[in-house]
Design a protein around this ligand. Structure first.
Ligand SMILES: [Zn+2]
Ligand SMILES: [Zn+2]
Length: 279
């Protein structure tokens, strides 16, 4: 029996990094805070960073790549990204070893971890989201998305755990201090998902296995964790919902498949060890 461990190391416009471990191997999705901070936060959460064999890059915005070169060089691991992301990235964020190219609709294996990439609407060259398949367990990393899309619907439907962007409260954004152009960018179909848009997606997608939802990439200026959680209140009786922090690593979620024949999935929460098992 292999265990999946999942942790948001950083989440927000100040930096993103999501850790997914399966057996002896692990990957990071994005490295958008300094390598020093990633290592420090991983240690605080008792994550062995040496298990990380690859960093998958969702797109070239600096909040997703700021620590990439130092981290990859220090751990001597490759970065995986689409051709467009490599073209769009500032050269000083690029690791010494050239990145390994992934297709925007493809599957990449790192040991037994299968990383499915698919395109998403966002204002960069060739962005993608990821569904990470670890045996019977699927974990989604879905942030920086302007609007719902076919790939998101298809992949969220297969997930047990998902990091889902819930970037802003529309009223706060519209009434807030951002310049009109920036507001327009965030609100556009290639910007970010609002709390209401993200909740609409969960409402619309038939995701029978979805057990844990971690609301991610929350805006510091145009959102609050309590406001985002409120938008998802109707799902609270069947889905564990929490928010990922901009300032610290979140709790480590442990997911196990109890038997191969009847893949009953058990998700263990550090502070709530008796959480429900699901089928
Ligand atoms: Zn971002
Ligand atoms: Zn972005």
């Amino acid at each position: 029996m292999k265990t999946v461990r999942i942790c948001s190391i950083a989440s927000g416009s100040n930096g993103n990094a999501y850790y997914i471990e399966y057996g002896e191997e692990a990957i990071l999705v994005d490295a958008g805070i300094s390598a020093k901070q990633i290592l420090k936060r991983a240690t605080q959460r008792k994550i062995d960073i040496n298990r990380v064999k690859a960093v998958f890059v969702s797109h070239e915005h600096s909040d997703h790549v700021r620590g990439l070169h130092v981290l990859c060089d220090r751990l001597n691991i490759p970065a995986y990204m689409t051709r467009g992301t490599a073209e769009g990235m500032r050269t000083y964020y690029m690791p010494k070893n050239p990145p390994i190219r992934i297709d925007v609709d493809g599957v990449t294996c790192i040991g037994d971890i299968k990383v499915h990439s698919f395109s998403k609407p966002h204002d960069v060259i060739e962005p993608c989201s990821f569904r990470v398949e670890c045996g019977d367990i699927n974990i989604g990393v879905f942030t920086d998305i302007g609007c719902s899309c076919e790939g998101l619907v298809e992949n969220l439907a297969k997930c047990h755990v998902a990091f889902l962007e819930s970037n802003y409260d529309e009223e706060m954004l519209r009434a807030g201090k951002y310049p009109a152009q920036l507001k327009q960018r965030i609100l556009s179909d290639k910007g970010h998902l609002s709390n209401a848009q993200a909740a609409d997606i969960v409402r619309a997608v038939d995701a029978p296995c979805l057990h844990t939802l971690i609301l991610s990439h929350l805006s510091a200026d145009n959102n609050r964790p309590q406001i985002a959680l409120k938008a998802f209140a109707e799902f609270a009786d069947r889905i564990n919902i929490s928010t990922a922090s901009r300032y610290e690593a979140g709790e480590v979620f442990t997911v196990t498949t109890e038997t191969a024949e009847t893949p009953q999935i058990k998700i263990v929460f550090p502070e709530r060890l008796d959480r429900a098992a699901i089928n």
